[in-house]
Design a protein around this ligand. Structure first.
Ligand SMILES: [Zn+2]
Length: 90
């Protein structure tokens, strides 16, 4: 019988939850990134944690998302600043 106990801090729980996210391939990310960019530009709540997790670990897709965000923002004539900051605040 083991009495070993690990204290779970909120930070540990967050990490465990993050690593349990469904794994996204770059193709999956590419397919959903336009939706994510729209979400950021609309200042909507971030309900795509798997995508965010992928972007935080994949500089290629993060760069792609940034370019798309700037493109869409220019197209819709909105200020990309706040959305860009949200994209980059990993
Ligand atoms: Zn990727």
């Amino acid at each position: 019988m083991t009495t070993f106990r690990r204290k779970l801090t909120p930070e540990t729980v967050r990490r465990l939850t993050l690593s349990a996210e469904p794994w996204l391939s770059c193709d999956d990310c590419f397919a959903a990134v336009d939706e994510y960019v729209e979400l950021l530009l609309a200042n909507a709540p971030d309900d795509m944690p798997a995508l965010r997790a992928h972007l935080s670990g994949c500089s290629a897709c993060c760069e792609e998302a940034r370019s798309l965000l700037l493109l869409v923002a220019a197209d819709e004539n909105v200020d990309p600043g706040p959305a860009l900051r949200r994209l980059e605040e990993f």
